[in-house]
Design a protein around this ligand. Structure first.
Ligand code: PAF
Length: 275
């Protein structure tokens, strides 16, 4: 696997790679969920590039940018073992020169749910992914279902800005007890970790109740009863998969999305209702 920290050597390597090129953007601290994206890219494309960049622009001032888990050596080994062709791990100045001032605004979609909780988050995500797509020019962009609203934002970005890259969404990988894999699970204490799978259980209950004919409100009430008392629920909603506007009846493609805090850690999860 070639590793490049700057754009020129990354592009020199990319020129030698066979097409189609699959691309997996990451912030490192790689777990089995990321590796599933790499596997999908490996299976569907002739070459695979991964980026590793903890993007400061998508963290709010009070968020965990400084303490976000970083383990470059371990990530490097996992990616090399998975047959990745290029790891692009740019320095901050390569992505954001000192007077950087141009951002991608994703509009209303970026203000709902996660965007309401984290007002500059999707602007930061969209900006860095637009830059990475320009820099690496991949054929297919692999994204994890776990960050459902991010998949909607980036699918919209690709369409609105006429990138020729195709977007592939890969299903969430879970622990045996249902907890969705996330780099932030590392922050959970023992009791928080024990309570965390109840977010997934709540989403499953909500879907079952809606499918049984209950209203979204009634289904949410049933779901809340399944949540651990340790959870501080932020939202639990049925939304359209591309606009993230709320739905009152099940109209696929849709997501049931949830966010809750377990101690200081904020976790997200969703169910993807495709048909
Ligand atoms: O999902 C992530 O890890 C990040 O939001 C991404 C897509 C790599 C952009 O920084």
């Amino acid at each position: 696997m070639n590793v490049a920290h700057e754009l020129a050597p990354a592009r020199a390597q990319l020129e030698k790679l066979a097409r189609p090129l699959g691309f997996v953007p990451t912030m490192g601290a790689l777990h089995a969920g990321h590796m599933r994206l790499v596997e999908a890219a490996r299976a569907q494309c002739k070459s695979v590039a991964v980026s590793l960049f903890v993007n400061p622009m998508q963290f709010g001032p009070q968020e965990d940018f400084e303490r976000y888990p970083r383990d470059f050596e371990a990530d490097n080994e996992k990616l090399a073992a998975a047959g990745v062709d290029l790891l692009f791990a740019p320095e901050t100045a390569t992505i954001y020169p000192p007077d950087f001032s141009t951002f991608v605004d994703v509009g209303k979609l970026g203000t709902r749910f996660e965007g309401a909780a984290r007002p500059t988050h999707f602007r930061g995500v969209a900006t860095v992914v637009a830059k990475l797509l320009h820099m690496l020019e991949p054929d297919v962009l692999y994204l994890g279902q776990k960050d459902a609203q991010q998949t909607a934002v980036l699918t919209r970005l690709v369409r609105d800005l006429n990138f020729t890259t195709r977007v592939e969404i890969v299903e969430t990988v879970r622990e045996p007890d249902g907890l969705a894999l996330s780099s932030r699970n590392a922050y959970l204490t023992g009791p928080e970790r024990a309570a965390a799978p109840t977010l997934y259980a709540a989403l499953q209950t909500m879907l079952k109740e809606i499918q049984a004919g209950k209203s979204v409100e009634e289904a949410r009430e049933a779901a809340v009863r399944v949540l651990s008392p340790q959870a501080r629920l932020e939202y639990l909603n049925l939304v359209d998969a591309s606009s993230f506007s709320r739905l009152q009846t099940l109209r696929p493609p849709a997501f049931l999305v949830g966010a809750a805090r377990f101690g200081r850690t904020r976790l997200l999860d969703n169910l993807w209702i495709r048909t």
